[in-house]
Ligand binder design. Sequence first.
Ligand code: ADP
Ligand code: MG
Length: 716
Amino acid sequence: MMQPAAPAPEKALKTAPSAAGAAGKPASKAQAKSPAQKALEKLGLRRDIDLALHLPLRYEDETRIVRLADARDGEVVQFEGQVMHSEISIRSRRQLLVTVDDGSDTCVLRFLNFYPSHQKTLSLGAQVRVRGEIRGGFLGREMMHPHFKLAGGELPGALTPVYPTSAGLPQVYLRKAVLSGLARADLRETIPAPFLSRNMPLRLSSLRDALQFLHHPTPDVALETLEDRSHPAWQRLKAEELLAQQLSQLQARRVRAAMRAPALAGSVLRGAQHPCLHAQLLEGLPFRLTAAQQRVGQEIEADLKKSIPMHRLLQGDVGAGKTVVAALSAARCIDAGWQCALMAPTEILAEQHFRKLLSWLEPLGIKTAWLTGSQKTKERREMLALIESGEARLVIGTHAIIQDKVKFNNLALAIIDEQHRFGVAQRLALRSKMTDDGQEPHLLMMTATPIPRTLAMSYYADLDVSTLDELPPGRTPIVTKVVNDARRDEVVARIQAQIVEGRQIYWVCPLIEESESIDLVNATQTHQALSEALPDVLVGLLHSRMPVAEKKAVMSLFVDGVMAVLVSTTVIEVGVDVPNASLMVIEHAERFGLSQLHQLRGRVGRGAAASACVLLYSTGDAPRLGEVARARLKAMIETNDGFEIARRDLDIRGPGEFLGARQSGAALLRFADLQTDAALLAWAREVAPLMLDQYPDMAHRHVLRWLGGKAEFLKA
Ligand code: ADP
Ligand code: MG
């Protein structure tokens, strides 16, 4: 973790750091950005306030000089002493060894990379100040690549911050940039004083004091309170951050409430004497809706009737039957005389939706268009024309839907499947496809990676959530087994038995021909091995680097039941629906995340037959699996319930990651933790609406300070 001392640190200090937009630089120079400036911007550190809010990861204590004799092994310490010996050794490799004596003990400084300047400063007899991690070594106590300079000079009065950084951005440069950002930033309070004390469990310092302290804490601070972020200064920062998040969500909600969307009710499509499309579709389904599907359908219907754009997340475990809910919602939209778009993250999934919805809607006289990147130009042109003329009432596709060329006739409902797979910008783009000025389409997002309900409700002030908490009847629970990779042969025998019963099998591999992971048995090899072991049946291979046409061909062989075994990478993770598949083998299961494992497992257990999931694991060279991997596999054995899985995933990963941009598009919380900071969150939820009403200007400045230009994204 230590910064290597070479090249001489003073060099780096000479490049005067200055944040983008910082005053005091001649314009001609400001035009050419240094790599370090670019690195700053890459970290999102553009404004002075961004720099001021860039808080240390940890601290180094340069405030004290210790006696070597008092230093314990493994401790990072600073001492002063005299250079007694210096040599360039070539024992195992060329290195500089310098022995320093502080009167209580000696320490060998070891440098594998060094410059003449090292030898100069560390010359025989010199008095030096050294800081590094002390270890018991072959030659006695030693430090590897310590920091050093000539002894004497003032000791700093505060701990030295160590900031999160990236390649190309030296710590010294970043420190100076943060320091000047902190000095220049506008740190006036944006939280009205009465709110700061309102039901607040902690006394909070001012923002300025809190930031000063966190960047340069006094040496007497209890370090644990900085590490676990329980220190009042940290509380203040977290309260600020949570408030900004709540405010921006509330603002977005109010903005949305002021927007117009077409109220989708009734049927203009068929005339009053005919049953509407929705009713016909429902009638023709080969199954009855579950109670949960009916309830969720009503929630959506109620939203669509309003002239405020819907912003609803439909979450339901894998296999809960979200597609039919989407189709019925589309039918309501079409009934009302408007167009609907359904976007899916992969071509396989989009095509599957297309086929299914086509089979339901085409017999009812509804034209559906299909859009994808791999389409032939001619077909694509035809589709674009159908969409623009309005002849196509429903448009299904991948990201291709949001391209500029696509012009809708009258889009009113946008449905996004597996929404967590899309970026915020893509969701925004889909919403902007509404052709009427001043109107927004209704938005229905679907996900099988559920957000625990309490989290969703408290965090997403601007999202309504519908939950399918019931699976369609007649599903036999999937039995999950964890099997050591050494017993692969038994698994193959099991596959054979399933094939005899007429069943189909998925075999999932984590990666394909990734050079950096040579030890992974890749999908190609597994495919070959299985083809040899099962000579009488068709074993297919599907991976993301195959041409699309080939992918489709393989997939349709599997869907049609011609192919018995499908070996694939995680391309099948989302949404694929082949009810006859009853066995899923996941190779190197220890490398997958918990939600991903659950998603994969959800590909089986879709028919009435008993289904199983075999998680093959390998410990590599280690005697056993790591703790996190074990916790994941254990959770997989113990529960089939997506919500319970989500809860455990939360325990294992922590909510910060859980609510990452992938999940929500909302800014990631950098400092606060929704579980440990529940009290602060409660405070922020209470204060945010009051503040928006009573102090709108401060609220605006607060959001701007914390979220800057990102606020727009929070609307998606
Ligand atoms: P997901 O929620 O994972 O997207 P799907 O919509 O793909 O799930 O549905 C999974 C399977 O369940 C499909 O084969 C679908 O036709 C079927 N299904 C959906 N709803 C019902 C229901 N009410 N009764 C029986 N089967 C249903
Ligand atoms: Mg689905």
